[in-house]
Design a protein around this ligand. Sequence first.
Ligand code: SD4
Length: 345
Amino acid sequence: MKRRDFLGITAAGIPLLLAAKANSQPAPAATSLRVKTPVVVSTWDSGITANIAAWPILSKGGHALDAVEAAGRASEDEPSCCVGLAAWPDRDGKVTLDSCIMDGNGDCGAVSFLERIKHPVSVARKVMETTPHVLLSGEGAQAFAIANGFPLEDGKLSPDAEKEWKKWLEKSKYQPIVNVENRKPAMAIASPYFFDDGSPNHDTMGTIAMDAKGGLSGMVTTSGMAFKIRGRVGDSPIIGAGLFVDNEAGAATSSGVGEEVIRICGTHTVVEQMRMGRSPEQACREAVGRVVKRNPSKAKEMQVGFVALSKTGEIGAFSIVKGFTFSVTNSEFPKGKVFLAKSWF
Ligand code: SD4
């Protein structure tokens, strides 16, 4: 069963928050969504699962950092596909995980290339709270996790992951794929980044939240790009690329081709744009525009999406190609609501 069927959300049922098609003309007027706080926002429609875990904490007056960690853990517990140990492996058949967490005061922690540990987001939080460092990687990150009581799992692929990896091996060509969620099969062609059959394939969960006191926090957790070169790390554990949070401006997270996000310091760009007075949507559009400008024809074949939450409780998003969704949960949408972001193409 596909995740979208499980959640009872159809592509047709997703509200189109920001209807007009974007183009390369000057940025349109702000159309960001103003919501009641506390609020939690996650990438993709499967972000509903993450939000469901975060909302009980936020609704009872809890800290945004606890809420986003709970969101990450819920995603990492999911039995197939996208993040956590059940996700798809690198091209050598090993699942390697990246995660980061950050609060609005600039405290942050991250892990990358972490193997056989179920909850990278909690290891990232441990790095933040118990070490003078920000990012631990690979074997060292694993040893740190074990020393802090995280069990070492068996490292076996989930049945779905094993099936997909073997299917990929048959083709035996290096073609990392990312973010085809909500694209129609007909659109998902001739690109190294998308599945040809258009089946869901997103593999990153980013969550940003504001608590009842107005404090912001965020997290990202991912298995990265499916069938990547062993050792490859994307934007997700990089503070300022996959996630950036500042109580004085706002929070942003990204999904998509991490290399492109790293090149433009994506979420840092978004937050700095909000600091300068742009709405969350305008800020996300600016960051997307920088990726597109570098190579417009390549950009058409890939997805990069940003979602942002301003310090005043406005939400906005923007992506390169159509199909980037985000989930919002607050007192107005206690069960969560999925929105489709505007896109450049
Ligand atoms: C990466 N940004 O590793 C991640 C992939 C992703 O949905 O977002 N997938 O580059």
